[in-house]
Design a protein. Structure first.
Length: 158
């Protein structure tokens, strides 16, 4: 029962994290915004989602590692979940050392006084966001695969 709950929570956390990032990727392309709209949107995005996304990625990483340890007797599932945890952890590093410094700078921007390099910073943040989203989607796919694999295997064993 504990393993079932861990796998369920793992899948939900991974889906919430990847789904939120994917929605931002698909719906909020900065090339489509005027400078003022972009600044307002980005500052609101950072202020409203930063704590949630950090919490989700840390929780997803930890729960994925726990799930891997609980399923260590199944080497395929164990290794696959460790790879998923590595992809989640890479998101933490991408965010901390890539997106966060840019976001900290962006939060200081004023619409009427943008820095000269604002478009290059915008583009760099966007590229890092896409890389992070792809890593989250890969991790989600791995978590979902292990969940469906172990569930289908247990059905055949009955």
């Amino acid at each position: 029962m504990t393993l079932t709950i861990i796998r369920f929570v793992n899948l939900i956390l991974a889906a919430l994290l990847a789904g939120t990032s994917f929605g931002i990727w698909v719906g909020l392309n900065p090339d489509n915004y005027s400078p003022s709209t972009y600044i307002e949107q980005q500052q609101q995005l950072v202020l409203s989602l930063n704590t949630l996304m950090v919490s989700l990625v840390i929780a997803a990483t930890i729960v994925t590692i726990i799930s891997a340890v609980l399923q260590r007797k199944n080497k395929t599932v164990f290794v696959t979940l460790l790879f998923a945890a590595i992809f989640f952890a890479s998101c933490i590093f991408i965010s901390r050392f890539g997106n966060l410094p840019i976001q900290t700078e962006m939060l200081k921007w004023k619409i009427d006084a943008l820095p000269d390099n604002w478009t290059s910073l915008r583009n760099e943040w966007w590229t890092l966001h896409i890389i992070r989203t792809i890593a989250e989607l890969i991790a989600l796919t791995l978590v979902a695969w292990t969940t469906s694999k172990t569930t289908s295997n247990s059905l055949y064993e009955k």
